[in-house]
Design a protein around this ligand. Structure first.
Ligand code: HSE
Length: 300
């Protein structure tokens, strides 16, 4: 019997101004085991009661996209998911599912695929590359579409960089959150973001992360989303007071990410205290940035 096990990281997208373009991989992983056999999806851990266990599951969509790409009909497979990535919290759970399915499908197809092909298939399913690209490449990625092709470039991230996360106890559906965003922006707001994306990338290039407090600010999505995240302002202030470089809404939220080197314990404490004093339920955790993306950990 053929089987494959894949592990895929959580990801944090946008980093403030880089809406739909920037993302980083986090050292928090979902594991997927796919075996030839009767169709079945078993889900353990995060999202167990929310994720569909039928053909609507994005793992199946990802796997089937590989077989469609090579023009073959997939066999029947059973799927076992061991999920650690919180579901629908802005940490790339959907992208992890797509990428897991794609990597498993690629391994089971017996053909070789470049990362470029895999990321193009994944970004087409997701519609944007800011979670799927770091889920595949690891680290920090920039993704843009040039005509029909997604171009991904990697940004160097210090090994010691940590994300301190406040993960609220509620979900935000990305498509609903996106539908609340404006469809047009003023020139001054676009300039505000362009400059900050450039500053953010340069801050990483020069390893001058002190610029991140300014560079993670944004006028494209955060002003329209922060109102749905109770305590966003107090938690952000607490993280900066605790010594975080920059703070932003992870993806479409509700998770808030503070980037730190060296003072993550203080930042975590300050965030947890601010949430407690404001009576906001959620979890504060320190998660390193992962330099690695998804990989096959077993192929039988
Ligand atoms: N860039 C996406 C958004 C990430 O902010 O809506 C979530 O999929």
């Amino acid at each position: 019997m053929k089987s494959v096990t894949v592990k895929t990281p959580a990801t944090t997208a946008n980093l403030g101004p880089g809406f739909d373009c920037l993302g980083m991989a986090l050292d928090l992983w979902n594991e997927l085991i796919v075996e030839e056999g009767d169709f079945n999806i078993e889900i353990q851990g995060e999202g167990k009661n929310q994720i569909p266990n039928d053909s609507r599951n994005l793992i199946v969509t990802g796997l089937e996209s590989i077989f469609t790409y090579i023009g073959k009909k997939p066999k029947k497979f059973s799927y076992k998911c061991k999920n650690s990535i919180p579901f629908s919290r802005g940490l790339g759970s959907s992208s992890a599912a797509i990428v897991s399915g794609i990597l498993a499908g690629a391994a089971l197809s017996g053909e070789d695929f470049s990362k470029e092909t895999l990321v193009n298939l994944a970004a087409e399913i997701e519609g944007h590359p800011d979670n799927v690209a770091p889920a595949i490449y690891g680290g920090f990625t920039v993704g843009v579409k040039d005509q029909t092709k997604w171009i991904i470039d990697e940004v160097k991230v210090p090994n010691e960089l940590n994300a301190v996360l406040f993960i609220p106890d509620f979900c935000i559906e990305t498509h609903k959150s996106r539908s609340n965003l404006p469809s047009t922006y003023s020139r001054s707001d676009v300039i505000y973001n362009i400059g900050r994306v450039a500053l953010l990338i340069n801050a990483f290039s020069k390893n001058d992360l002190g610029l991140l407090n300014i560079a993670t600010k944004d006028k494209i999505h955060q002003p329209f989303r922060s109102g749905s995240i109770p305590g966003f302002k107090v938690i952000t202030r607490a993280a900066i007071n605790g010594g975080a470089f920059g703070v932003y809404i992870s993806g479409s939220g509700p998770t808030i990410v503070a980037l730190t080197i060296g003072n993550e314990v203080t930042v975590r404490y300050e965030i947890a205290e601010a949430a407690r004093l404001s009576q906001i339920d959620g979890e504060s955790v320190i998660i390193p940035i992962s330099q690695n993306g998804a990989s096959i950990i077993n192929h039988g």
